[in-house]
Design a protein around this ligand. Structure first.
Ligand SMILES: [Zn+2]
Length: 197
């Protein structure tokens, strides 16, 4: 598959600024027909580059508290299990695997100090957690909405089951907290079966 071109980048940055932009406005910006624009957007969606057309809510106006970042150190053999438990906690917004002293980073939703203390206690009570450190984020000051693709990469789709490179129809599904891509439905269901074991 080819790397993204300039028109794709324009599509992405327009959609980031306004997810409700019409295909005809989008088509005008990239100087393509509406059907051609539509199929590019669909392709970006299929490839998993666009995950969802969503809205940007200012949670600071809705709820008390602030987000926190919690860095956690857990034994690597329990990493997956710990991730699953943390993912099920409704106060947790995002989980990153990380390197260095800690191997998991959590970003919480907007939570109060009391909720944060409770969450930290819950995490500390997980036996496999060896260490943690929490940082409060005081205020979100600036977020850049523009897209910077410094080194566009060749997009290679490798089937997560048969490991072949493929380029036409994409089958994807979240399995084990991660979005996986397959060349066909058979590979998808085989992977799922194997994963469950
Ligand atoms: Zn396959």
């Amino acid at each position: 598959m080819k790397p993204l071109d300039k028109k794709d980048i324009i599509i992405l940055s327009e959609l980031l600024t306004d997810g409700r932009i019409s295909y005809s406005d989008l088509a005008e910006k990239i100087k393509l027909s509406v059907p051609a624009t539509k199929s590019r957007v669909e392709k970006l969606h299929e490839m998993g580059i666009i995950n969802a057309f969503t809205i940007d809510v200012d949670f600071s106006l809705l709820t008390e508290g602030r987000p926190s970042i919690i860095a956690i150190k857990t034994l690597s053999k329990y990493l997956h299990e710990t991730m699953g438990k943390l993912y099920n906690n409704k106060l947790v917004r995002k989980i990153f695997l990380s390197g260095g002293k800690y191997n998991l980073l959590l970003l919480t939703h907007y939570i109060t100090d009391a909720q944060k203390s409770k969450l930290i206690t819950e995490i500390q009570n997980l036996e496999v957690v060896e260490d943690l450190e929490a940082t409060i984020l005081y205020e979100e000051l600036l977020e850049k909405k523009d897209i910077v693709v410094i080194e566009p990469k060749n997009i290679k789709l490798i089937c997560d089951f048969c490991k072949r490179e493929f380029s036409d129809t994409i089958f994807s599904k979240v399995i084990g907290l991660k979005k996986r891509y397959f060349c066909c439905n058979v590979c998808l269901s085989e992977f799922e079966k194997k994963f469950e074991k």
